[in-house]
Ligand binder design. Sequence first.
Ligand code: HEM
Length: 277
Amino acid sequence: MRDRPFDEVKADMNDGKSVLSVAYNLIRQMQAEASADDLSAEQDTIARNVAGVAYAGAADTTTAAAESFVLAMAMYPDVQKRAQAELDAIVGPSRLPGFSDLDSLTYVRAVVMENLRWMPTVPLGIPHRLIEDDEYNGNHIPKGAIITPNVWAMMHNSDDYPEPETFKPERFIGSDGNINSAIRDPRTIAFGFGRRACPGSDFAISLLSICVASMLHVFDIQAGIDDHGQPVILSSETGGDAIASPLTFPRRMRSRSIQAERLIRDAALDAEEVDLL
Ligand code: HEM
């Protein structure tokens, strides 16, 4: 997991055909700092470790969050339509959304927040050990005790989030049309707590936001038909151990228009042709 992807990036860079990635950026940055093409043994180890840890922390979590988003869109077609209407108005049909659009895409940002809340990717967080005695709700918790945060319960607390089982991005939008800061932001729960909280949270939110915006801009997502010709029945049930992903998944993704189809093809061609050297 640490060496193989890293060596592939290095080999691609030597062949002049690299795709932008954490490993690529690290290598380039270190080469620039050292004013040399070859990394020292220490730099090489640091870059491998950083890229490896980022991969380990990012791959399964962000994929699971993207999966729950696709599921939610098929289960809640009205949410999907409202987000698409916002994208049509702000971005228009001739291009894909970019990062600079996100500030104006309030509903899409609320979809990302609701996605983190509705199906938390790490439902029981990561256990932490107390380094000193503590007290919670009148209960003494001794130094050394292991605490498991019930992220799922926090995200489904109906005092904070009424009708918690329903995927409802509107809950985060105030009467002025902006994100309502009075509603607890699920990002403060989904990525853990304290000094070991997820260091990739900003990266994850950027990745999820652009993925959500791009997919909704060009695709209609529907439950579809199974292998026996029957409509797929979707549910919010999850499987997995530490990382929760949906047990059911939509089968139908249609491009929204001829223009959308062109954008999908162009993006696929761009991805194949990226040559950053
Ligand atoms: C939806 C996406 C993600 C979710 C839900 C998520 C969630 C979490 C959670 C709950 C923790 C444990 C925090 C704690 O101990 O309280 C964690 C740790 C960590 N995450 Fe993420 N994460 C995500 C994406 C990423 C990404 C994109 C990266 C890297 C680019 C990353 C790297 C890490 C690392 C390195 C740790 C260990 C931190 C430490 O123990 O000091 N994660 N993440």
